[in-house]
Design a protein around this ligand. Sequence first.
Ligand code: 4NP
Length: 162
Amino acid sequence: MAEQRLLFVCLGNICRSPAAEGVFLHLLEQEGLSDQFVVDSAGTGGWHAGNPADRRMRAAAERRGIHLPSRARQITLADLTDFDRILTMDDENFRNVRSLARELGERPGLASIEPMTSHCRQFSDREVPDPYYGGEQGFEHVLDLLEDACAGLLECLRREAR
Ligand code: 4NP
């Protein structure tokens, strides 16, 4: 597989997208594919820049043996050309990243922008819901969705590389 550059995007970059990054990195490690990918995450908002992932999200991930190494940062225009694929967590993130891409106009080499849930195979949810203001169950559901979507995403990338 040629090197793939993936960016996971949510609103704050402290719950869903750092979890997506960690789940995907964990999967790559299990599959022995870590050196073939560049994986990062970002938020459409910048309020939490520099912060580690939310402690509830980190704790829920650790219970599944998944480490979340991310520090929050805001997405930039350069990300649209530095990455091959941008995976968004909800409809609002999708719209915001699309409108950022429109600022660059039509040009070759722009990242594809896809809803993360489009890669789910077991769940039919349209969005990865924001768990920030909810209870513990919300963080578990985010991880369930992301484990499903990350497995589907890797399968999709492998299929395309054939
Ligand atoms: P995330 O969750 O987008 O999954 O990182 C959020 C975290 C913080 C806020 C919103 C969403 N916030 O408004 O501070």
